[in-house]
Design a binder for this molecule. Structure first.
Ligand code: ZN
Length: 507
């Protein structure tokens, strides 16, 4: 067992959760703030996680019939203005390009020159610019469905930023599809929400709740927005991603029309859906502990790290030989249809120091191999889902036979832990006073971790939603898709309600 009280990350989650988060990111060397305010530098360890997210999601998109394309970073202002709600929703966070070149200002500096006749918006999302292409690509019902995805960066000007969770520039994917009928478009919207929640469970080991956003929380310009909500270890919700049914709104704005089966021209139905590097923030906050990052194996940049243990050059040589042979065998194995990713850490450093570095980086399996292990042809194995000092000696053949199931077990353990946490911190509340108490910290100056998900009745009025948001900073995360019809009274105004919704504080 680990020594009580000695942890690698300070402060701990309980002491100061937001600061703990920053320290985990730092200790795992995932990202850092850049010189450009609000923008992050994603370092190799963080980017490798993103690449694994990207690769696996991309496979799922392709399996469901989507293909990738790329559209411009800039959107002419007039395009952006076409959908009224859309403009309204994004206007406050748009970066605008007004000039096309720089000139010497005569004082040794530079000044912008070449004023553009039409300003360009740096995309905060691409519905309008992609819509312009779609209006040309879609002519007949035979062109439908059109199923496109784009991997890109977007910019939303943020004043208060946090690595991965909220940055001015971030990476994401945005799916944009066009359909013949409303039913087809709705089916696509739900399908992609399912793809996301399946990905969250099977790759990120994060349980998700699917639901619909209320009018005030939906995507600007959408008819309806669906979301998957996840619970972080401070009991707050994090929106994992969204899938929007756009109705005819953007088709009308961008003039996406097609000739239907009767030869008549009509507007097409569109959807859009996206997840971003924010998922990495979710990953950190859902699983990591006071010793650092904990990664589900499928998206971990490395599955196994091997640390050679030796006292002299001769031992060093022998140990490296043994590890070399073992590694070539490991590389023949497959986990999640991919080669097992293994690294030998032969840096000139103390073994303990190396091992702690990999603990903080969240590598699922650590092996220590020294002369004694070679004699017994075994490895000394530790897992990131267990305590740092909980190690076991394992015969190399057993190790090779079992490593893929060990990685699978680690995934399941991490998922179960997160699921239990979510269940333990989800309550049904019918009493207003209890509701307010639940979301009010005992220590107001330095709020402790409190709250969770509450399933309560809501009458459907935005006034009640607003009231609760103002009083408690609690929002309706979603109207769960699995919510049963049930008579009850609104938690705020006591008017009749037919369904429970999920309330929570959120990122
Ligand atoms: Zn109400």
């Amino acid at each position: 067992m680990a020594k009580q009280g000695k942890k690698a990350i300070y402060p701990t989650r309980i002491e100061n959760y937001p600061e703990w988060y920053q320290q985990v990111v730092k200790a795992a060397d995932m990202a850092e703030n850049s010189d450009v305010r609000g923008c992050m530098v994603i370092k190799p360890w963080g980017y490798a996680i993103w690449e694994n997210i990207q690769k696996n999601l991309d496979d799922m998109f392709k399996e469901t019939g989507h293909v990738n394309a790329y559209f411009p970073l800039f959107i002419p202002k007039s395009f952006f203005e076409k959908e009224a709600e859309h403009v309204e929703g994004f206007a406050k966070e748009c970066a605008v390009v007004t000039h096309s070149r720089l000139e010497h200002d005569g004082k040794g500096g530079l000044k912008p020159a070449g004023k553009l006749t039409e300003e360009l918006i740096v995309r905060p999302t691409s519905e309008t610019i992609i819509g312009a292409s779609f209006s040309k690509w879609v002519n007949s019902y035979r062109d439908l469905p059109l199923l496109i995805n784009q991997w890109a960066n977007v910019v939303r000007w943020e004043m208060r930023t946090r690595l991965f969770l909220r940055t001015t520039e971030f990476l994401w994917q945005e799916g944009h599809t066009v359909h013949e009928t409303k039913e087809d478009a709705l089916e696509e919207t739900y399908k992609m929400l399912d793809v996301y929640t399946k990905f969250a469970k099977e790759y990120l080991a994060i349980p998700a709740i699917k639901g619909e956003k209320t009018e005030s929380e939906k995507f600007p310009g959408a008819v309806s927005t669906f979301t998957f909500e996840t619970m972080m270890q401070d009991k707050k919700a994090l929106q994992g991603g969204t899938s929007h049914f756009l109705g005819l709104n953007f088709a009308k704005a961008s003039n996406i029309k097609f000739q239907n089966r009767e030869g008549k021209e009509e507007y097409a139905w569109t959807t859009s859906w996206g997840v971003s590097t924010r998922l990495i923030g979710a990953l950190i906050m859902a699983h990591s502990d006071d010793n650092g990052l904990v990664l589900p194996p499928k998206i971990a940049p490395l599955h196994i790290v091997i640390v050679p243990i030796h006292r002299n050059e001769e031992e060093h040589r022998k140990v490296l030989n043994f590890i070399g042979e073992l590694t070539s065998k490991i590389k023949h194995l497959r986990y999640n249809e991919e080669k097992i990713r293994v690294k030998i850490d032969d840096r000139d450093m103390r073994g303990g120091e190396k091992l702690w570095e990999w603990i903080k980086k969240g590598v699922p399996v650590r092996l220590e191999i020294g002369p004694r292990d070679i004699e017994s042809s075994s490895v000394f194995l530790a897992r990131r889902d267990k305590q740092p000092n909980e190690k076991q000696s394992m015969n190399t053949d057993d190790f090779l036979n079992n490593i893929t199931s060990i990685l699978g077990e680690i995934h399941n353990n991490i998922f179960e832990k997160a699921l239990n946490f979510q269940k333990e911190n989800t309550k049904k509340i019918d009493d207003k006073e209890e509701f307010y108490k639940f979301f009010t910290p005992k220590n107001k100056k330095n709020p402790e971790i409190h709250g969770g998900f509450v399933r309560s009745h809501w009458c459907g009025s935005s006034k009640c939603e607003e009231r609760i948001k103002e009083d408690l900073k609690v929002t309706i995360r979603c109207i769960p898709l699995d919510a049963e019809e049930e008579k009850g009274k609104c938690i705020c105004c006591e008017k009749e309600s037919s369904k429970r919704v999920i309330f929570s504080k959120a990122y």
